[in-house]
Design a protein around this ligand. Structure first.
Ligand SMILES: [Cu+2]
Length: 354
């Protein structure tokens, strides 16, 4: 069996006990929540949309916990028409959780349903704006209310993808690691409760490296979005294939990513856990965000992100170029095909299903 070397539930319980001991010795302090300001192709219309989403929280058969897409309704805020896009989502591998794709100007409502029968999971996002009641934290942190889904009571989180929020942002649980004193414990989201929201810019334009030159591409020209989470010693991946109607596929650990030659792809690199990683690709270059500087590596810290768009022209390997993680096998392949692109896949063949 593949060894993920990530915290599993038994370690969580140990950590909770440790947290109790530590909590008794440390003075109480407030952690300031980070409000990060910082082919159906992708739809880029004039109308703002409301994303009305139901996400379940489930236990996997490998002691992990995951977000699961239950229902996803997109409502046009001008004519009130709705489209159900639930079937675009994968129902097999659930880490990272389902990616949400919105446009600047949209709103997102996530109703979280605790299907585990225990605990109090939440959703805490970066990048998008929200009121304090949608922070996804406990009262001892936010001073307002406990914001999590109990086994009997769902909780609805509301985000505003307003102007200035364009980007790719991690969201994650912030309450499952509640110790017996009721205090929040960060870091336990690495058991699996993490995913991302991609907010496309309202002008529909992205900087990209195409044929070696910095240029602008349209969001609707993206053929694939890859989401790669750098965890402490593995990558967790998923993709959205716009050539297949915007199909979401969960790819598991250190996936082989595939793309058609000359297609436009966006890499959404996100970080979860507590370490720094030097994300590197051989044979592939991209633009350092916000600049015309061409790079092939980027150091990414905890809960940071790194996003770039490229025109695909060569096979490559992606890896964490920090020695200890590279020795540990933290790498995967990027395979470019001349004909029809095959779907990216998880080379170990682990189903990681519920
Ligand atoms: Cu966070």
């Amino acid at each position: 069996m593949y060894d993920y070397k990530l915290p599993k539930l038994e370690y969580v319980i140990t950590t909770l006990a440790l947290g109790l001991i530590i909590a008794n010795f440390l003075p109480s302090y407030n952690v300031v929540s980070v409000f990060a300001q910082s082919s159906q192709k992708i739809e880029q219309g004039d109308h703002s949309k409301s994303h009305e989403i139901q996400i379940g929280v489930v236990e996997l058969n490998n002691d992990r916990i995951a977000y699961k897409m239950n229902n996803y309704l997109v409502r046009d805020l001008v004519d009130n028409s709705t489209t159900n896009i639930t079937s675009k989502y994968d129902n097999r591998i659930l880490i990272p959780g389902p990616t949400i794709v919105a446009n600047e100007g949209d709103e997102v409502k996530i109703t979280l349903i605790n299907e585990m029968g225990w605990g109090y999971p939440s959703v805490h996002t970066h990048g998008a704006h929200y009121k304090i009641t949608s922070d996804g934290t406990l009262k001892e942190l936010n001073k307002v209310s406990d914001q999590a889904a109990s086994p009997t009571q769902p909780y609805t989180f509301e985000w505003d993808a307003g102007n200035g929020t364009a980007g790719s942002w991690p969201f994650h649980d912030h309450t499952i690691g509640k110790n017996v004193l009721g205090k929040s414990m960060d870091g336990l989201e690495t058991v699996g409760l993490f995913s991302s929201i991609i907010i496309n810019p309202s002008d529909g334009k992205l900087s990209a490296l195409v044929d070696g030159a910095p240029t602008q591409v349209d969001v609707k020209d993206i053929d694939k979005d890859f989401v790669l989470f750098v965890n402490d010693d593995v990558f967790w991946g998923s993709e959205i294939d716009y050539a297949k109607g915007g199909k979401h596929t969960q790819l598991g650990v250190n996936p082989t990513l595939t793309a058609a030659n000359n297609s436009i792809v966006r890499f959404n690199i996100q970080s979860i856990g507590n370490e720094f990683h030097d994300f590197t690709m051989d044979n592939v270059q991209w633009l350092e965000p916000g600049t015309n500087t061409v790079v092939n590596s980027h150091v990414i810290g905890p809960l940071a992100n790194h996003v770039f768009t490229i025109k695909v022209d060569s096979n490559a390997t992606y890896f964490d170029n920090s020695k200890i993680n590279l020795l540990g096998g933290m790498k995967g392949s990027f395979v470019v095909s001349d004909g029809i692109d095959n779907q990216s896949f998880f080379p170990q063949g682990d189903t990681n299903s519920i």
